[in-house]
Design a protein around this ligand. Structure first.
Ligand SMILES: Cc1ncc(COP(=O)(O)O)c(C=O)c1O
Length: 360
């Protein structure tokens, strides 16, 4: 069959592997009451204000929405206390990460990232024909910032720091990031991927307020998919120096952020106080789950996102399959470990009960 000549960089790519769905697990194992703790989603449904905004916006879907998603930029800028032209909005924070690659990375360039980290990073790098340079995590599965700084060469265009890191869940403080940024040349763009920012303990610091004014090569991405529960609508934002934003905006797919997503994101940001109780619940469940895991004897890296990570090494796939047969869908990283999203208390109990058959 002739299907054209695929770019070698794309032919070599692994396909993105999303978390397994409840329907797939039902089909494979006949389990009808599965819980999905695989994709770091928010277990709570939308707040009424968001639903109302989506309903109202639905009447206009025969029109293209605002290409720049200006109302979302303005709402986010007001929330963060920054200028509106320091914010851009994209189709999920992964959409913005892709825009950043398209803006800064050429074939032959190097992209530095601690590893293991978010699986989108190597895919984007390969897509550009660039080289993915990795640095190991520390023994505590934290980003090794000294190693990252040491890995930077003349060819480095982009440094990727997921904070909290996915899947290990650990986070670095703003002071630690500051020290690393000070050692990174200012012609290298640093992406601080803060998709899980709202779940981080406050003492870790505020990157937008403390770092952004001092580092014009810093871009901070955040997501509406996690704490704000809008994963299905795809919206994220990037905060950076306005001159960087102008360049990244050129790579925005026309009308990438649809009208329903824009309406929902504005309402979510304007009513963000309504999310705090849900965020608090996730954080307290996170502490409870970690406490229970520790009681069972598991050694868990300190989680700062809405998920926990079990470094199960070669047992990972077997444990994941067994949990799935018990109706608990998690996210295995073969040969390394298992990422488990913090869900509702009852869902977390299902996970803990299913795991209790295993000895650490
Ligand atoms: C580190 C990290 N960054 C970004 C994202 C993507 O978020 P979004 O839904 O905003 O594209 C995820 C989602 O899993 C993530 O783990």
């Amino acid at each position: 069959m002739r299907h054209g000549r695929v770019r070698p960089a794309i032919a070599a790519l692994p396909a993105y592997r999303p978390g397994r769905s409840i329907a797939q697990v039902q089909q494979d194992h006949g389990v009808t009451d599965s819980v999905k703790l695989a994709s770091n989603e928010n277990p709570f449904g939308p707040i009424p204000e968001v639903l109302e905004a989506i309903n109202a916006a639905a009447a206009d879907i025969n029109r293209y929405a605002d290409h720049r998603a200006q109302p979302v930029r303005d709402a986010v800028a007001a929330m963060l206390g920054v200028d509106s032209n320091a914010v851009t909005v994209g189709c999920g924070s992964v959409g913005l990460i892709q825009q950043l690659f398209l803006t800064f990375v050429d074939a032959g360039d190097e992209v530095v990232s601690p590893w293991r980290s978010f699986e989108v990073y190597p895919i984007e790098t390969m897509m550009m024909g660039a080289t993915f340079v990795t640095t190991a995590l520390t023994a505590e599965l934290e980003l090794d910032l000294d190693a990252v700084v040491s890995a930077i060469t003349d060819k480095t265009k982009l440094v990727l720091l997921a904070n909290p890191n996915n899947p290990s869940g650990t986070a670095r403080t703003v002071a630690q990031l500051d020290a690393a940024l000070a050692a990174i040349p200012d012609d290298v763009v640093v992406l601080l991927d803060e998709a899980y920012r709202e779940f981080v303990d406050p003492e870790f610091g505020d990157s937008v307020r403390e770092l952004l004014p001092r580092y014009p090569n810093l871009a901070i991405s955040r997501s509406m998919s996690k704490a704000f529960g809008l994963a299905g609508l795809r919206t994220g934002y990037l905060v950076a120096d306005p001159e960087l934003i102008v360049e990244v905006d050129k790579m925005l797919v026309p009308f990438a952020v649809n009208g329903l997503a824009q309406a929902a994101a504005v309402a979510a940001v304007q009513h963000r106080d309504k999310y705090q109780p849900m965020i608090d619940l996730v954080r307290s469940e996170r502490s409870r789950v970690v406490g229970e895991l520790q009681k069972m004897g598991w050694n868990v890296p300190r989680p700062q996102g809405n998920f926990v990570y079990l470094p199960l090494a070669e047992r990972t796939d077997a444990v994941a399959l067994d949990l799935e047969r018990s109706g608990v869908i998690t996210r295995p990283f073969s040969g390394e470990g298992l990422r488990v999203t913090i869900g509702l208390a009852s869902e977390n109990d299902r996970f803990l009960a299913a795991l209790s058959h295993y000895t650490p």
